[in-house]
Each structure stands twice: as structure tokens, then as C-alpha cells.
Design a protein around this ligand. Structure first.
Ligand code: EPU
Length: 363
């Protein structure tokens, strides 16, 4: 983020200085000089005006996927837009001479500042099923499309119709269809765009009324409650509860131990590379992808390099999921990033595989 001209934005009454330590799930110490809390869409034109003066912006949702520096001189917008509204239902429109073209769906608009897990619980309670596999992911609804969150066999892109976002440089609201969001594994148009381009305002979910449980993921298949039920008899709430159980057993609670979930993406390699590695390491964990590539379990690679549970000063590698780096308290971004570099270097040395950091590193 480029430096602002303080004299220009210092005079904006809506800005305040704020410690962001409580607003990033890694709990990294970060003092921000110019923070705007966005509680209403009416403030969006002000965002554009301020960004033009400041020369850049960091848009912060739940802070669950960012590595923040010790001080932020530039403009920060904290998204606090709220609201959940079921907007329309599409019904099956089959007639005797025209077979059904469209399945029945719920369409629900959710404001970007809503807490992700609270929304998943509300949806499940209201009978809007399909999000239960994504329970307990930290962060906000607005942050979810940025990295196309995914867990336990479901990715966000399979459950949304569109995303409405403020195009900051042009100062206008744009609705992008799912195709236009150009989603990929932990990636989207929003993640690839230059910082300061998009501010997500709301997400329109499209949830099929004819719910089909997704129980393909190995951990879910093994869960005692779910295995005891026929797949047709499973309720969405039971999947939600099972996902919460599994996540709580493996992943640290950010309120207790600072973390940003997976710190690295699972690396994707060619079939030839996968076969060569599998030849050497018979217990390598990998998932075949539709395009003949293989996604390797980075947690397995990191654990194999001996990092699981290792601590370096105030940061470390989680003892139940090696893909998660943790802040034991008071750490700065530099400590975490040097641990990440050491982890990547040993995975490169042992397996010849490059790890890519998953959260956005803000400088
Ligand atoms: N594994 C190890 N050691 C570890 C961790 C994992 O050997 O320390 C092996 C396990 O054997 C397991 C395999 O790796 O069979 C996969 O582990 P897990 O099921 O925990 O999933 P993951 O691939 O490590 C991904 C997502 C998670 C998501 C889970 C469940 C990424 C980068 N991470 O992790 O997402 O919750 O699948 O779907 O794709 C996140 O993005 O923050 C996140 C937590």
C-alpha cells in the first residue's frame, strides 16, 4: 500500500486511529493511523474520495486472512455493513409440454459485514441448506468470495449467484455474476485485482431447495454421528455440528490462539511430479483434480519435515494441523513470515515443491 499524504486525509472527521490487534485473527500487533468504519452504503462515495487522496486502501473484513504490519500509515476501511434478506424464490416451472428448466432455489442477499459462521447457522436454522460444510470458518461474508472459501467438500462458488461490490476507482456499484468473479481454488477476481480496486458490499446466495448432503470428504465420512445414519437421513444441522466438531479438534480457536487458518495453499503438481513423489513417499496424501493434476496435502509435507508443534519464539506451527501457523501472543508479522520462509525452504529441500502463502500479506 502506498503512503498517504497525511495532511490530506488527517482532516477527514470520519477517520480515527485504531489498534487492529483485535481485528485480525492472527492477533498481530498493528496500529492503523486512519481507519474508516463503513456501516452504511451511503458512505461508499466517501471511500472513493478518501482513497483518491490517500493513494491506496486496505479493506478489512473479519481480518481472518491477512498478515498485518506493525504500523499502517495508509487508509483502512473496516466493513461493518449488516443485513440478511431473502430476496426471491424461483419455483420449478415445468408444464406438461415443457420440462422443468430451472430448479427451485432460495436467493438470499447477505451484507458483507455479517459474521460468516453466524450466517451459516441462521441459514441452516431457516431451512436454507447448502452451507453447513462451511461452518465455523472465521471471518465475514464479504471476505468469503475473495479467497473462495472451501472446506469439507464444498466451495463458496458452488453456492452463490453474484457478488455486489463497490468499484473504488470508478466510484460505482457493480454486480458480478459467479462467472465474472472468475473463481478458482482459494482465488477470485477480487484476490487478483490490485488492492484498492474492490470493496465487497453483499453476496447473493443461491441455495437449492432440493438439498443434497455433501458427505464425500474423508473426515465427514468417518464422523461417528454421520456414519451411523443413512445418507438420506442426515440433516443439515447434523453436518454443521459434525464440521464444527472436526474443526474444533484440528484447528485452533483464534480467540484463544492467534491464527489465520491454513497459512499455505495445498500445492498443485503435474501427474508426473505426483507419481515421482509417490514413488519415494508411499504415504504422501494427494487429491486428483479434474484437469489431471494433483493437489498435495501441504499439512502432510510440513509435518514430514518435522515442523508440527514446533515453536520459534512467539510463533509456531500448530500441533494438530501443520498447515496452520500460530501467534502465541505479541508477535509481529516479520516473525511469522520468517517462520513461513523456513517452513517453505525445508519443504522445497525435501520434496522440491513450492509452497504459496495463502493469506494476503499487507506491507
Ligand atoms: N495432514 C497431515 N498432517 C497435518 C495436516 C494434515 O498429515 O498436520 C494430512 C492428513 O493426513 C489429511 C490431509 O493432510 O488426510 C488433509 O488434511 P485436512 O483434512 O486437515 O485438510 P487440508 O488439506 O490440510 C484443507 C483446507 C482447509 C479446510 C480443510 C477441510 C486449504 C489450504 N486448506 O486443509 O481450509 O478446512 O481442507 O476441507 O485448502 C483454510 O483455508 O483456512 C482452511 C482451514
Amino acid at each position: 500500500m502506498s503512503n498517504p499524504t497525511p495532511s490530506l486525509i488527517d482532516c477527514a472527521a470520519s477517520l480515527s486511529s485504531l489498534s487492529l490487534t483485535r481485528y485480525n485473527t492472527l492477533g498481530l500487533a498493528c496500529q492503523a493511523k486512519h481507519v474508516l468504519t463503513l456501516a452504511s452504503q451511503a458512505q461508499l462515495p466517501e471511500v472513493t474520495a478518501l482513497v483518491r487522496k490517500a493513494g491506496g486502501v486496505l479493506v478489512l473484513g473479519g481480518g481472518s486472512n491477512v498478515v498485518l504490519p506493525a504500523t499502517l500509515e495508509g487508509l483502512v476501511v473496516r466493513v461493518a455493513l449488516k443485513g440478511i434478506a431473502a430476496v426471491a424464490e424461483s419455483e420449478q416451472t415445468s408444464t406438461s409440454d415443457q420440462p422443468s428448466q430451472e430448479k427451485a432455489f432460495w436467493r438470499i442477499d447477505v451484507a458483507a459485514g455479517e459474521n460468516w459462521h453466524a450466517w451459516v447457522e441462521t441459514a441452516t436454522r431457516n431451512g436454507w441448506f447448502g452451507l453447513e460444510n462451511l461452518a465455523l470458518i472465521p471471518g465475514t461474508v464479504g471476505a468469503a468470495p475473495v479467497q473462495n472459501i472451501g472446506a469439507y467438500g464444498v466451495e463458496l462458488q458452488e453456492r452463490i449467484e453474484s457478488v455486489t461490490a463497490w468499484h473504488i476507482p470508478e466510484g460505482k456499484l457493480v454486480t458480478l455474476s459467479r462467472e465474472e468473479c472468475d473463481f478458482a481454488y482459494r482465488d477470485s477476481i477480487f484476490k487478483r485485482a490490485l488492492p484498492g480496486t474492490w470493496l465487497i458490499v453483499s453476496v447473493r446466495f443461491l441455495l437449492a431447495k432440493q438439498w443434497v448432503p455433501v458427505l464425500t470428504y474423508p473426515d465427514l465420512k468417518k464422523h461417528p454421528v454421520l456414519t451411523s445414519l443413512e445418507s438420506t437421513g442426515v440433516k443439515a444441522q447434523q453436518i454443521l455440528d459434525a464440521v464444527c466438531d472436526i474443526r474444533r479438534a484440528k484447528l485452533p480457536d483464534p480467540d484463544i490462539l492467534g491464527n489465520a487458518g491454513s497459512f499455505f495453499k495445498n500445492p498443485v503438481v503435474s501427474e508426473a511430479r505426483y507419481r515421482a513423489l509417490k514413488g519415494k513417499f508411499a504415504d504422501l496424501v494427494a487429491y486428483p483434480q479434474p484437469d489431471q493434476t494433483f493437489k498435495l496435502a501441504a499439512g502432510w509435507l510440513i509435518e514430514r519435515c518435522g515442523w508440527k508443534g514446533k515453536r520459534l519464539g512467539r510463533v509456531g506451527v500448530h500441533d494438530r494441523q501443520a498447515l496452520v501457523l500460530v501467534n502465541y501472543g505479541g508477535a509481529h508479522a516479520s516473525e511469522l513470515l520468517s517462520l513461513a520462509q523456513e517452513v517453505s525452504a525445508s519443504v522445497r529441500a525435501q520434496f522440491g515443491v513450492e509452497l504459496e502463502v495463502e493469506p494476503v500479506v499487507v506491507s
